[in-house]
Design a protein around this ligand. Structure first.
Ligand code: NAI
Ligand code: MG
Length: 518
């Protein structure tokens, strides 16, 4: 294998950063490009989680006492550190995930941009704020933002750098410590991303990583932390939310999607097709915000279909550690099986395969061609279930209203894409789509990469938001300290009925005061 990370010693060096408190069972880790086993991970236990949380708790107290500027200086340096070390990060992300280098590079950019963003805005967001009091001038509340304490992060394998680190960055800026449980398949690259953060100046005890299975380590984590940020399947997300609920800790969940793309009647079919190919096949479709359903207006349907099918067939599929292949492998065997099953089920029930539809064991054990389906109908799994693979279904629609109604006919509500010659029109159609992010004339990157704006899911796609102000404030406890000046509001010697009358008049008067007077 053409990467230095294939060296077992280098991977073992990363595992030294794991919190493991004794002899543990082993979880094999494979390289999806070849199916070879490259390492074994310790299967962590609840004891490991407890040790990690205790260690982070200790470190967090002094971290929270540092100034926000000191904390964000680490994020600032981290952005540069990740960009400088990108070759190592790309190699290892590819080795463990099987993705193309181009897809891995999007993670490097994303992490650096997220670090820079929160380095720039954290001080303002965390500043204590005066609010208006119940009696103008006499009551003065101030809102303070305290860190939650220890934030637990549970991350998946599809974007193993971004999804392990990007929530940690605002959590740390807000004064929290972090315990991360990365996906079993991609733990080494998460360890590397965390090590770069330590090299950028983060106290090493402040950010612990525990390896192991979701049902064991992930579930234990939810029972020991002060906040949980989860990214993964809707199935596991429900369990995390239920446990967080029992513990009365807050959580954010970014879950699955069955994301729609609309091509309006005024779209340029060539441009829309080029954009749709990236929207559908980035990361081989293993992207929570990638497109699986395309609603194309009748006026442009034939031209769009021809261009889209041609572009899907032209995509360079391959395995290798250099730029070149546009689409890589699927990450694992179950992911390949699910993809195969969705396509077989559709074909058996009468759908047509316009492109792809084949495994490519000649390239790698989990490679599958970018696939375009037409004639998918209700009752086929590909119609409404998330494939999380390189499979897109085309649907002809007669109007914008039909496209919007069909786009919204889903339990999910994560991301949507709209293609049009008139961006204003696209933006107003976008407001009618029940998704947390909508991209006009882009597939997913416009909304996702605008880190100043919140992103997350409606419906079964999740709870809460990452990115934007919400993406940092979720890791804080808002505390109100209200100072009463002058006399307390109290009936005192007044008869209570008289006091109630006076208060009624006073409340009416206060309600009419202009905002600036309060
Ligand atoms: P998963 O949801 O099981 O795994 C994601 C993370 O959650 C991993 O770190 C896992 O160890 C952990 N986990 C699993 N069960 C848990 C539990 N009960 N409590 C706490 N943590 C738990 O996802 P999986 O099985 O790898 O993929 C299955 C499907 O999920 C995919 O085919 C895809 O449809 C969806 N998925 C969506 C992702 C997204 O970005 N929204 C990412 C990965 C998967
Ligand atoms: Mg699972």
């Amino acid at each position: 294998m053409n990467t230095e990370w294939a060296d077992a010693g280098r991977l073992a060096g990363l595992r030294e950063d794991l919190v493991v408190t004794g002899e543990r069972a082993r979880i094999p880790v494979e390289a999806p490009f070849t199916g070879e086993e490259i390492a074994e991970l310790p299967a962590g236990t609840e004891a490991d989680v407890e040790a990690a949380v205790a260690q982070v708790q200790d470190a967090q107290e002094s971290w929270a006492e540092r100034s926000v500027a000191e904390r964000t200086a680490v994020l600032d340096r981290y952005a540069d550190r990740v960009l400088d070390a990108q070759r190592d990060v790309l190699d290892l992300a590819q080795l463990e995930s099987g993705k193309s280098r181009r897809d891995a590079f999007e993670e490097v950019l994303d992490v650096a941009a997220t670090a820079d963003h929160y380095a720039n805005v954290a001080e303002d967001l965390l500043a204590s704020e005066r609010r208006s009091g119940v009696i103008p001038g006499l009551v003065r509340p101030t809102v303070h933002r305290h860190p939650k304490g220890v934030v637990g992060i549970i991350s998946p394998w599809n974007y193993p750098v971004t999804l392990a680190i990007s929530d940690a960055l605002p959590a740390l800026a807000a004064g929290n410590g972090v315990v991360l449980k990365p996906a079993e398949q991609t733990t080494h690259v998460a360890l590397l991303a965390r090590r770069l953060l330590v090299e950028a100046g983060l106290p090493p005890e402040l950010f612990a990583v525990v390896s192991g299975e979701g049902e064991r380590v992930g579930a234990a984590l939810v029972d020991h932390v002060d906040y949980v940020a989860f990214t993964g399947s809707t199935r596991a997300g429900r369990e995390v939310a239920a446990a967080a609920g029992r513990n009365l800790v807050d959580c954010s969940l970014e879950l699955g999607g069955k994301n729609p793309l609309l091509v309006l009647d005024d779209a340029d079919p060539q441009k829309a097709a080029a954009g749709a190919v990236r929207a559908c096949y980035a990361n081989a479709g293993q992207l929570c915000i990638s497109t699986e359903r395309l609603y194309v207006h009748d006026d442009v349907y034939d031209d769009f279909r021809d261009a889209f099918v041609a572009a899907a067939r032209d995509l360079r599929l391959g395995t290798g550690f250099s730029y070149g292949p546009e689409m890589g492998s699927l990450q694992n065997e179950p992911q390949l099986r699910k993809t195969v099953e969705h396509v077989e089920d559709a074909v058996e029930k009468g759908a047509d395969v316009l492109a792809g539809g084949r495994e490519r064991p000649d390239l790698g054990p989990y490679c599958y061609e970018p696939t375009v389906l037409e004639g998918v109908t209700e009752g086929m799994t590909a119609y409404d279930e998330e494939t999380f693979g390189p499979v897109a279904s085309l649907y002809r629609v007669d109007s914008v209203d039909e496209a919007v109604a069909r786009a919204n006919d889903s339990e999910y509500g994560l991301n949507a894409s709209i293609w049009t010659g008139n961006p204003e029109r696209g933006a107003s159609v976008g407001r009618r789509i029940d998704c947390g992010t909508v991209n006009v004339n882009e597939g997913y990157a416009a909304a996702w990469a605008s880190i100043d704006a919140p992103m997350g899911g409606m419906g079964d796609s999740g709870v809460g938001r990452r990115h934007g102000d919400e993406g940092l404030l979720r890791f804080t406890e808002a505390q109100t300290v209200a100072v009463q000046r002058g006399p307390r509001v109290d009936p005192g010697p007044l008869p209570q009925a008289l006091w109630a009358k006076a208060m009624t008049a006073g409340t009416r008067l206060l309600g009419r005061l202009p905002g600036w007077l309060r």
